[in-house]
Design a protein around this ligand. Structure first.
Ligand SMILES: [Cu+2]
Length: 244
């Protein structure tokens, strides 16, 4: 029996005829939200989401790092049905083959996007060493001790919930963006700085006043002008005596 010829360039990975790879970056005028790529601060924000996943362990999960990096939540972790961010936003920005779920692996950018998404996950694991993978109630195949499909030999989700250098044989080198300072933090820093300045001025003033007082005390004669002198007293006594 003759074998089928290899699929021509531009066909689907499933081997059925399709169109060439298409890209129309930022060209989806019907969805302004997907006309831009994720920003570095979006990555910084998602790296600060502290919980790996939250019920219902789905694309509607809020404050879930998994759902945030996937792109169904705002970068800070809050679920919003209209938001598309990070991984999802990069797909949708491509607005073509890379933005269509069942075709996206045909665009070579897919490899870069998913490698970088894994690098973010790896950095998140490094920053949150106490994080736990859901034990139960996740969709089928996604509990901690379930095997990852289709890998063979079988390996569980828990076994892959480790940083890359730990036992996967590779590591990432990336300059991770730092989170911008929030207005609340700026106000807090300003208030603390002002209090420190006031405390320093108060301390300096107190020291100066005490030092001056000490010096004045040191020069204070035992008897000043306000005290009656012996001779005055004597004179006064003499007057008294003379009156008498
Ligand atoms: Cu993807």
């Amino acid at each position: 029996m003759a074998s089928l010829p290899p699929p021509a360039a531009g066909t689907r990975h499933a081997g059925t005829e399709s169109t060439p790879i298409r890209r129309n970056p930022a060209g989806n005028v019907a969805r302004p939200m997907v006309q831009k790529l994720p920003e570095p601060q979006d990555i910084a924000a998602c790296l600060e989401v502290t919980t790996f996943d939250t019920p219902p362990f789905y694309s509607t999960s809020s404050q879930s790092f998994r759902n945030t990096v996937e792109g169904y939540s705002a970068p800070e972790g809050t679920y919003d049905p209209v938001v598309r961010s990070l991984h999802n936003l990069a797909h949708l920005f491509l607005n073509g083959t890379g933005g269509t779920t069942h075709l996206s692996p045909n665009d070579p950018i897919f490899v870069l996007l998913h490698t970088f998404t894994d690098a973010i996950f790896d950095e998140w694991l490094r920053r949150h060493p106490a994080a736990v993978y859901p034990l139960e109630n996740a969709p089928i195949g996604h509990n901690r001790d379930y095997n990852m499909v289709p890998f063979w030999p079988p390996i569980t989700n828990a076994e892959m919930f480790v940083t890359a250098p730990e036992n996967l044989g590779y590591s990432y080198e990336a300059d991770w963006p730092s989170r911008p300072v929030t207005l609340t933090e700026i106000i807090t820093i300003a208030v603390v700085a002002a209090l420190i300045v006031v405390a320093v001025i108060f301390a300096i003033t107190t020291c100066a006043v005490r030092s001056k007082t000490y010096k004045m005390d040191g020069r204070q004669p035992l008897l000043g002008e306000q005290y009656q002198r012996y001779d005055d007293h004597d004179r006064h006594s003499d007057k008294t005596q003379s009156v008498v």
